[in-house]
Design a protein around this ligand. Structure first.
Ligand SMILES: [Zn+2]
Length: 121
């Protein structure tokens, strides 16, 4: 058993940390000490929705990257040649460690914009 505050290890049968007076837990959950790789959060064609999403990600201190433009498809396959610009589109990525928080934010924004999307639970 471990104290979630001071991370001291206790033998079985002890329920509280004597120093911190908090309940012991069976395992310590490691806080992510690095941001990890990027998680592809969403592809979206509405600039308004993306603006709202980015605003909320910033307020929630979720690190993100956005790729956006009218030739986004070219990023994946260099051989694509467009006769004219495509519809504006954006891809938003967030740091892996923040994927859950970002999905929660995306769900709320989707709801407000009446957008239905298949998101991982
Ligand atoms: Zn403790």
């Amino acid at each position: 058993m471990f104290c979630p505050e001071c991370e001291s290890e206790y033998r079985d049968g002890i329920a509280r940390c004597s120093d911190c007076d908090v309940a012991l837990v069976p395992e310590l959950h490691d806080e992510p000490d690095h941001l990890g790789n990027l998680f592809a959060l969403v592809e979206e064609k509405s600039p308004d929705l993306v603006a709202e999403l980015l605003d909320r990600l910033e307020k929630a201190a979720v690190p993100y990257v956005i790729e956006a433009g009218t030739a986004l498809a070219m990023l994946g396959s260099e051989s694509i040649v467009f006769g004219e610009p495509q519809a504006w589109e954006a891809r938003v990525y967030v740091a892996d460690a923040f994927a859950d928080r970002a999905l929660e934010i995306l769900r709320k924004v989707d709801q407000e914009f009446g957008r239905r999307r298949n998101l991982p639970l």
